[in-house]
Ligand binder design. Structure first.
Ligand SMILES: Nc1ncnc2c1ncn2[C@@H]1O[C@H](COP(=O)(O)OP(=O)(O)OP(=O)(O)O)[C@@H](O)[C@H]1O
Ligand SMILES: [Mg+2]
Length: 248
C-alpha cells in the first residue's frame, strides 16, 4: 500500500463573480517530502491554488485534502487551527509585523498555537540561528535587508513545524544574491524532508529548486513534469499525472 498523498485536489474549481474561473478543475496530488514548483503567468491561478490548500479560501466545487484533512469542509475556526498546525506560508513581501522585533515576529505562530513563551523563544532562537540571522533577533524588520527579512519570514513559517510549506513568489522582491540564498534555504529544507509548494513565474527558479513543476494556464494544469535539474526540465517532459479517466 502506498502512503496517502500530502496534498490531493480533486476537480477543484474556484469561480469569482462572472469572469472565467480562477481555477478551472484542478486535480493533482503531492507526496510528503516533495518540492513542487507551481509555474504560470500572472492571473493563471497560482495564488488561488495556494489559498485553497491553505484553507484561506474555499473551492466553488471539488475537494481539497491536506494531510488527511478535508480542508474545503473546515469552518472558520477549524481552518485557522489547521493553518496554525499544518501550514507555514511565506510571501513575496514578507508580511512581517514592523512594530515587533525579529524574535517576536518569529514567535507569533507558536504563541497563537498555545506554546509557552519560554519554549517558543528557545525554538525561535534556534531557527534564527539555523538560518544565520540570530544576531538580528532584537532588531526590527525595517532595519534588515530584503534577504534577511525573507529569512525571518521563513523562520516564522517553520515555527510550528508545518507539514507543508507554501511559498508564493518568495524571491520576487529580492536581489539575485538574496534570491539565491532563499533558494538554497528551500533546497536545504526540502532535503531534510520538508514538503514545499513554491509558486513562481521564474522557469529557472522552478527548475533549479523543485524536482517537479506544475504549470497552470488559465486555471488549469497545463503540464506536470519532472525537472532534470539542468534548468531544461520543461523541455524534457515526463507527465506525472494520469490522464483523466485512467483507471488503477
Ligand atoms: N478575490 C478575488 N476576487 C475576484 N477575482 C479574483 C480574486 N482573486 C483572484 N481573482 C482572479 O482569479 C484569477 C487568478 O488569480 P491569482 O491571484 O490566483 O493569479 P496568480 O497566478 O497568482 O497571478 P500573479 O502571478 O499575478 O500573482 C485572476 O484572474 C484574478 O483576477
Ligand atoms: Mg499570485
Amino acid at each position: 500500500m502506498t502512503n496517502p498523498p500530502m496534498i490531493a485536489l480533486q476537480d477543484a474549481i474556484k469561480k469569482y463573480d462572472d469572469g472565467p474561473p480562477a481555477l478551472a478543475g484542478v486535480t493533482l496530488s503531492v507526496a510528503s517530502g516533495e518540492c513542487v514548483a507551481i509555474l504560470g503567468h500572472s492571473g493563471s491561478g497560482k495564488s488561488t491554488l495556494l489559498n485553497l490548500i491553505a484553507g484561506l479560501d474555499k473551492p466553488s466545487s471539488g475537494t481539497v485534502t491536506v494531510d488527511g484533512t478535508r480542508v474545503d469542509q473546515l469552518g472558520e475556526a477549524g481552518s485557522a487551527k489547521y493553518r496554525r498546525a499544518s501550514i507555514g506560508m511565506i510571501f513575496q513581501f514578507f508580511n512581517l509585523l514592523d512594530d515587533l522585533t525579529v524574535l517576536d515576529n518569529v514567535m507569533v505562530p507558536a504563541q497563537l498555537a498555545g506554546m509557552g513563551k519560554g519554549e517558543a523563544k528557545r525554538r525561535a532562537i534556534e531557527l534564527l540561528g539555523s538560518l544565520g540571522i540570530d544576531r538580528h533577533a532584537k532588531a526590527y524588520p525595517q532595519r534588515l535587508s530584503g534577504g534577511q527579512r525573507q529569512r525571518v519570514a521563513v523562520a516564522r513559517a517553520l515555527m510550528n513545524k508545518p507539514a507543508l510549506l507554501l511559498a508564493d513568489e518568495p524571491t520576487g522582491a529580492l536581489d539575485s544574491s538574496s534570491a539565491e540564498d532563499v533558494r538554497r534555504l528551500l533546497l536545504d529544507l526540502n532535503s531534510e524532508g520538508q514538503t514545499i509548494l513554491l509558486v513562481t513565474h521564474d522557469v529557472q527558479l522552478a527548475a533549479s529548486t523543485a524536482r517537479r513543476t506544475i504549470e497552470l494556464v488559465d486555471g488549469a494544469v497545463k503540464r506536470d513534469v519532472v525537472n532534470d535539474g539542468s534548468g531544461a526540465g520543461l523541455a524534457a517532459r515526463t507527465p506525472l499525472t494520469r490522464p483523466a479517466g485512467a483507471v488503477g
